[in-house]
Design a protein around this ligand. Structure first.
Ligand SMILES: CC(C)=CCC/C(C)=C/CC/C(C)=C/CC/C(C)=C/COP(=O)(O)O
Length: 270
């Protein structure tokens, strides 16, 4: 268990605080000595390194712990479950990161995985959609393609927002050699490829008339994009799992916000 900030100061003694002198330079001196009588004696240092239970006993008579310290000493069941899940996630993701480097066990499959990565990248999807929009000759086709473009842009924004808010670093075994990334793409949660693959495949399955084998291939592609993220070492498993869920829900949002000639006539009169 981590010692409390107060106890830490007491333990490290003279090394914590600072003050400026008249010439503007920093001079280090101890505030601790003047703040807590506990910090001085060898017995205080000994108490700080005792077990949490004994430490608590010995502190109650002299010093009341702040509330956040008590929380740390009694982590909730949910907290433990969450940390355990994250630990399992990191461990499993590292084990499945078999294409993270050329010398890894599946290193020879790395070029293929990178090809799959390109197939789920935002640039080919946005460029392809713009091309289809340019080529579409009926209002019905224009409506579907315009909404696909809207979905792709919405996906970039939402993923960027969540990545920026969560700020989970990519796995340490990832080599950051992806092409065309935004600054938030240094973060891994959620996987943008997984959100896009889930959203786009659900979109196309709902709006295109496709033969059964093509429908199966489309679903398979989405799943393979997800797997390839972990195998390349780009993501942890939870990044991809959440990405799939988020992409699935993004499609529902697009359906809800559907752009049609009746709701946004200006877009269709261009
Ligand atoms: C192609 C045209 C005409 C315009 C491009 C518009 C544009 C600037 C698109 C940005 C596309 C882009 C850079 C997307 C980022 C994709 C990416 C690297 C996601 C990260 O995925 P992850 O699975 O590693 O989280």
């Amino acid at each position: 268990m981590m010692p409390s900030p107060r106890t830490t100061r007491a333990t490290v003694g003279n090394s914590t605080s600072s003050a400026t002198t008249s010439n503007g330079k920093f001079e280090f001196s101890s505030l601790v000595n003047s703040r807590t009588p506990l910090s001085d004696s060898p017995s205080a240092r000994l108490r700080a390194s005792e077990s949490p239970v004994r430490r608590k006993d010995s502190l109650t008579s002299q010093q009341v712990l702040p509330e956040e310290d008590c929380m740390k000493l009694n982590p909730s069941f949910l907290g433990i479950a969450f940390r355990s899940l994250l630990a399992i996630d990191l461990w499993l993701s590292k084990r499945f990161g078999v294409c993270a480097e050329e010398h890894c066990s599946w290193g020879s499959a790395r070029p293929l995985m990178k090809l799959i990565e390109v197939s789920g990248h935002g640039i080919p999807w946005i460029a392809g959609t713009l091309y289809c929009l340019y080529k579409s000759d009926s209002l019905a086709a224009q409506e579907v393609v315009l909404n696909l473009l809207f979905a792709l842009i919405l996906d970039l924004i939402l993923v960027g927002l969540v990545k920026g808010a969560v700020k989970r670093r990519r796995p340490t075994h990832n080599r950051m050699d992806m092409f065309a990334t935004f600054s938030v793409d240094k973060y891994s949660f959620p996987s943008g490829h997984a959100t896009r693959a889930a959203m786009v495949s659900r979109f196309l399955l709902n709006h295109l008339v496709l033969a059964i084998p093509v429908r199966v291939l489309l679903m398979l592609w989405a799943v393979i994009v997800g797997f390839s993220r972990v195998m390349l070492g780009r993501h942890n498993i939870t990044d991809v799992a959440f990405g799939f869920l988020m992409g699935y829900m993004q499609y529902s949002l697009v359906e809800y916000l559907w752009l049609s000639p009746s709701t946004v006539p200006a877009l269709f009169s261009l």
